[in-house]
Design a protein. Structure first.
Length: 197
């Protein structure tokens, strides 16, 4: 398990350092306070949004695994990892917004609604991550087009706000993209690791 220390938790940081851990990553939590005035950028030419059928779930999973190979951390690409993703109550195919170029998946947003969290916190807030675009379709505005549509999907499913987590060192200017879509950073968490002897 990788320890996570919330921003401002001086005691947690001191404890991690005392046991030989060092901070390796910082994550920003961002919130969009309302789902009003959602911007819907045009999809790049030649791409189209398709509903995710049972047959396309594996395509979505494999596309995300490939896209995140460029990012910090790893995802379980095994058959067991796929089954775990499918069995997660937050994986609802009607909430996945995916763009296709012919038969090839180009990118997707895995919108999620965590009902237990919403009940505990007293809000109706959905998640809009992970967001991913495969290499051949990057730098064309696809992530922005997908994110806008994912916000609409959350609103259509009764949500009134949205949230996501972003790696502060994301190489694809994700932070700027999210700010453009009305997200504001409201808290920080850091990941700490310790080398094994």
């Amino acid at each position: 398990m990788v320890p996570v220390v919330r921003g401002g938790d001086a005691g947690g940081r001191a404890l991690a350092e005392r046991f030989g851990y060092s901070r390796t990553r910082v994550y920003q939590h961002m919130t969009r306070a309302t789902l009003d005035d959602i911007e819907l950028p045009a999809l790049p030419e030649g791409l189209q949004i398709r509903p995710i059928t049972d047959e396309l779930l594996r395509v979505v999973f494999d596309g995300g695994i490939e896209a995140f190979r460029d990012h910090h951390g790893t995802f379980d690409s095994s058959e067991a990892g796929y089954r775990e993703w499918l069995d997660n109550p937050s994986t609802r195919q009607e909430l996945i917004v995916a763009a296709f170029d012919g038969d090839h998946i180009a990118g997707a947003v895995h919108a999620e609604i965590h009902q237990a969290e919403n009940e505990q916190q007293g809000y109706e807030r959905g998640w809009t991550d992970p967001i991913w675009v495969r290499r051949p379709w990057r730098r064309r505005g696809l992530a922005s087009a997908l994110l806008g549509r994912a916000l609409v999907v959350l609103r259509d499913n009764g949500m009134t706000s949205a949230q996501l987590d972003v790696d502060s060192e994301n190489p694809h200017e994700a932070f700027t993209l999210y700010e453009r879509h009305g997200f504001v950073a409201d808290r920080v968490a850091s990941e700490w690791r310790k080398p094994l002897p």
